[in-house]
Design a protein around this ligand. Structure first.
Ligand code: BES
Ligand code: MN
Ligand code: ZN
Length: 481
């Protein structure tokens, strides 16, 4: 999707449709008043009214896009208006979408972001889709009175949109295509943006003593990988970094504790945490963020096999702590145990935030809109929640309650499951044993990494890219000089 910023009233190209933002209570003139009167359109958020363009409008179609109350029209509302305009005309056969909008450069740029996010589609494996079912819009023009200021406000948002698309692509890819080494290779390609990427294979992880992560990948023919991504964008390149760690289970069968067949295909997106961290690093490099940031991805495939780990096995993590593997399907925490320990040991960051599609229990607790936030540090949790509200990626703080007894093992230092009560909490308590006391937050995004159907205009069905914009916002607002 190509984006342009033009002056209000600039000549319309051929094959274009016009979208006009309408607030609640605002009345239209002439023929439009008639069209509105004959419909249920009130200007409420999310409504659109598609009409043949009246005389005097050069476009072939005109869409009124409801944007709610005028005084509540903020950046997120502008984004949703842009996205709704896109959806109203995407299958119209028209090629250019012109969005008319007033209210300044920031709102114009955010409307453009809305179009970019809404137009994301993962269609690379569709070879026979009829042309009339494919979106026809290829260009969006944002017409405002903001002049060049809108164009200047857009590049960091374009970088964010690119990053979210990158993340959604990773999460959408099937596991026969995106296995750990392929994931690592795609991240390595981001060096062209100025990131530094190191890839550790099984031999190197063995030397580091990562028995917990390696045990998970043991039943797979695909080699496990640990990816270290560095963005040292602060003025002082040696200043203490912040760090993000992602669960990257490229496919989770459950291993020997195998999952039921129904919906198992969903487990291709069990690398959504790593996808979000990779997307964040893409965004930071894309907009040249003035911060030192480390991203770590623990990439494995969890398969049943003659060589797979068994329930009851005891593994030794890099931290030295031993873990009794009660259930091989509680594998994400085993991957993160070593990735988190490695991260703090090597980089001594200010804090670590991990993202993981960790538990089904978080879906039961919060439904599919909110991700869960677990943290030992109120300031960090507060910063995450603040960024979540600004970016429209809902997050809810959960308790790190005193349920530690549930993960005590009779024969090892800890066991990897704590039973059904508080399943997301005991998973977080397990992770907490591998952070060496650092400020830390764990985002359980099993509830938000994938949405079908989606209820948000900027998020298509399927991979959401959840986390990229939230973390990008937190870094931008709190950790840049
Ligand atoms: N990847 C799953 C969690 C998950 C479930 C993500 C559904 C998205 C949708 C995770 O590895 C898992 O299997 N967790 C188990 C843990 C249990 C065995 C303690 C779960 O949630 O059932
Ligand atoms: Mn699992
Ligand atoms: Zn999993």
């Amino acid at each position: 999707m190509e984006i342009e910023f033009v002056a209000a009233g600039a000549a319309l190209p051929a094959k274009s449709g016009l979208a006009r933002i309408v607030f609640e209570g605002e009345s239209q003139g002439g023929a439009l008043a008639q069209a509105v009167a004959a419909s249920r359109f009130t200007g409420a958020k999310g409504q659109t009214l598609d009409v043949l363009a009246p005389q005097g409008v050069a476009a072939s179609r005109l869409v009124l896009v409801g944007a709610g109350k005028k005084d509540a029209f903020d950046a997120l509302a502008a984004e949703h208006a842009g996205a709704n305009a896109y959806h109203a005309l995407k299958l119209s056969g028209l090629e250019t979408l012109r969005i008319e909008l007033s209210g300044g450069a920031e709102l114009a740029a955010r409307a453009a972001l809305g179009v970019r996010l809404a137009s994301y589609r993962f269609d690379k494996y569709r070879t026979k889709e009829p042309a009339e079912k494919k979106p026809s819009l290829t260009k969006a023009q944002i017409a405002s009175d903001a002049g060049d200021a809108a164009l200047e406000a857009f590049p960091p948002l374009a970088a964010l949109a690119d990053a979210i698309s990158f993340s959604r692509d990773l999460v959408s890819e099937p596991a026969n295509i995106l296995y750990p080494a392929e994931f690592a290779r795609r991240v390595k390609e981001l060096e062209s943006l100025g990131l530094e990427v190191e890839i550790l294979g099984e031999a190197e992880m063995m030397k580091l003593g990562m028995g917990s992560l390696l045990g998970v990948g043991q039943g797979s023919v695909r080699e496990s990988q640990l990816v270290v991504i560095k963005w040292m964008g602060a003025a002082d390149k040696s200043a203490q970094p912040v760090a993000f760690v992602g669960k990257g289970v490229c496919f989770d069968t459950g291993g020997i504790s195998i999952k039921p067949a129904e919906n198992m295909e969903d487990m291709k997106w069990d690398m959504g945490g790593a996808g979000a961290v990779a997307g964040l690093m893409h965004a930071l490099a894309g907009r040249k963020a003035k911060a030192n940031v480390i991203g770590i991805l623990g990439l494995v495939e969890n398969m049943p096999d003659g060589n797979a780990q068994r329930p009851g096995d005891v593994v030794t993590s890099m931290s030295g702590q031993t873990i009794e593997v009660i259930n091989t399907d509680a594998e994400g925490r085993l991957v993160l145990a070593d990735a988190l320990w490695y991260c703090q040991d090597r980089f001594k960051p200010k804090f670590m935030v991990d993202l993981a599609t960790l538990t089904g229990a978080i879906i039961i607790a919060l439904g599919n809109d909110y991700a869960g936030c677990f943290s030992n540090n109120d300031e960090l949790a507060g910063n995450l929640l603040e960024a979540s509200a600004k970016e429209g990626e809902p997050l809810w703080r959960m308790p790190l309650a005193e349920y530690g007894k549930q993960i005590e093992s009779a024969i090892a230092d800890v066991k990897n499951t704590g039973g059904r009560p508080g399943g997301s909490i005991t998973a977080a308590l397990f992770l907490q044993k591998f952070i060496n006391g650092l400020p830390w937050a764990h985002l359980d995004i099993a509830s938000t990494a994938w949405k079908k159907p989606s209820s948000v205009p900027t998020i298509p069905d399927g991979a959401t890219g959840y986390g990229v914009r939230l973390l990008n916002r937190m870094v931008q607002d709190k950790y840049e000089a």
